[in-house]
Design a binder for this molecule. Structure first.
Ligand SMILES: [Zn+2]
Length: 445
């Protein structure tokens, strides 16, 4: 895809920008707003030559040609046993994870693999900047894997507790550097350090939900589903933390409706969170754009099982964010207790024969709840986004040796400028070449 095959539009002021592969925000001064991708190709077109999610490359913000070799993708199917158990004949499952028999091969067993692949494909060719990623676990694993495969220099800042998620079968390339925060630090400290690093010349913020590469990658879940089902589902169920997946489904649905062949109605976003930590649900209940402040947020966070949903700054309020997506689709936010997600996970394992992540169990539990309360029509088509599954299969298949951090920082080391110097020293002799390849360990003269 050539760069002018897509461009960016601000959802706040409608300003447009060519996509340089790096831009995360609008230049104009106004209330927070997301940028969205606009594609010259208005029809839903598949690239049969490309692999994985790059099959949908005409609606991915790629900076150049990508063959997608080894790239992950969603697998959509209709279950017999689960549908019978729930009495929902038109339920479809969009499975993201590790399930070789079904053709699902996300190495982190979550849909984070999709995001990392597309973010790297969006980076401009010849970029010599070091990508900075802050993550609590699965995102770190996905970026570590993808950057290692594509030889893109990156530094990943994560809490020490996230390191086990990075034990992957093959070793990481030295272009990937890990900074682990221990001794009194949490995810918020990781974000602060990553932000500070990204402001340093030579470094580049990955951007999270603001990065159109991430959201359009998550949008391919709906594209895969529509390719399989042949039409847009009536209801779309997913658990949300940052909100990126819900916004992405909404953005992809707008493109599919504009195509005209798959239905005229946007799927209703039926999104869920794990009680007692459900800030988006609390805000949406009041139909307020402002994100509600939860009393005792930290204590609530400590009580949820679906820890990947523990995002305190979701993309709810910005123009083009979750508030707008829920409003435009007539969506709902549902809350699910730990015991409800446990039973849902058990039901999925019993009917489908594979484990799911607690976050996917939240989505399934919310569907069961909505069905029991008469909030879904049993005959209409429903898409359940299983955002992660098959972790136990992945482990059986062979994990790797424990991963060590390249740099360990404690609370006392977190004076930002000092910490930044320590991180910079990791790249001392191995600054990346203009191809994005690390010179260290690479076969360059
Ligand atoms: Zn703007």
């Amino acid at each position: 895809m050539t760069p002018d095959a897509h461009w960016l539009r601000c959802e706040g002021c409608s300003a447009t920008y060519p996509d340089d592969g790096l831009r995360l925000t609008c230049d104009q001064a106004h209330e927070p707003a997301l940028l969205t991708s606009r594609y010259r190709e208005a029809a839903f077109v598949l690239d049969g030559e490309a692999s994985g999610l790059f099959r949908y490359r005409s609606w991915l913000p790629c900076s150049g040609p990508v063959d997608g070799e080894g790239a992950p993708a969603t697998v959509t199917y209709r279950s017999e046993d689960l549908n019978r158990a729930l009495r929902l004949p038109n339920l479809w499952i969009a499975f993201n994870g590790f399930w070789p028999e079904r053709g699902a091969a996300c190495e982190t067993a979550t849909f984070k693999d999709l995001e990392a692949s597309a973010v790297l494909a969006r980076l401009p060719a010849g970029s010599d900047r070091i990508l900075v990623v802050a993550s609590a676990g699965n995102t770190a694993a996905a970026f570590a894997r993808a950057c290692s495969r594509e030889l893109v220099a990156c530094v990943i800042v994560l809490p020490e507790s996230g390191l086990p998620a990075l034990a992957l079968a093959s070793p990481l390339d030295p272009c990937v550097r890990l900074v682990a925060l221990g001794r009194g630090c949490d995810y918020t400290d990781a974000i602060r350090l990553a932000d500070h690093l990204a402001d340093t010349p030579g470094f580049l913020a990955e951007g999270g939900t603001k990065n159109v590469g991430r959201r359009d990658a998550l949008g391919t879940v709906l594209l895969n589903a529509v390719e399989t089902i042949g039409e847009l589902p009536r209801d779309y169920f997913q658990a949300v933390g940052s909100g990126a997946g819900g916004i992405a489904a909404y953005e992809a649905a707008i493109r599919l409706v504009a195509d005209g062949r798959f239905g005229r109605r946007l799927p209703r976003l039926m999104l869920s969170q794990n009680l007692p930590f459900a800030p988006i649900a609390a805000s949406w209940r009041r139909r307020q754009r402002t994100l509600a402040e939860l009393p005792d947020a930290k204590a609530r966070l400590g009580r949820i099982k679906a820890t990947a949903l523990s995002n305190r700054q979701p993309a709810y309020s910005p123009a083009g964010g979750l508030f707008d997506a829920l409003k435009a689709t007539g969506g709902e936010m549902l809350g699910v207790h730990n015991h409800e997600l446990d039973s849902a996970a058990r039901l999925f394992r019993e009917t489908e024969g594979i484990d799911v992540e607690p976050e996917s169990a939240v989505a399934l539990a919310s569907l069961i709840k909505a069905r029991a309360e008469g909030r879904v029509d049993g005959r209409s088509s429903i898409l359940l986004n299983v955002t992660g599954g098959g972790r136990s299969r992945r482990i059986d298949d062979g994990g790797g040796p424990p991963v060590r951090a390249d740099l360990e920082l404690g609370e006392a080391d977190l004076e930002l400028d000092g910490a930044r110097e320590l991180v910079l020293s990791l790249f001392g002799d191995g600054l990346p070449t203009p191809n994005g390849r690390s010179t260290e360990g690479a076969a360059t003269p």
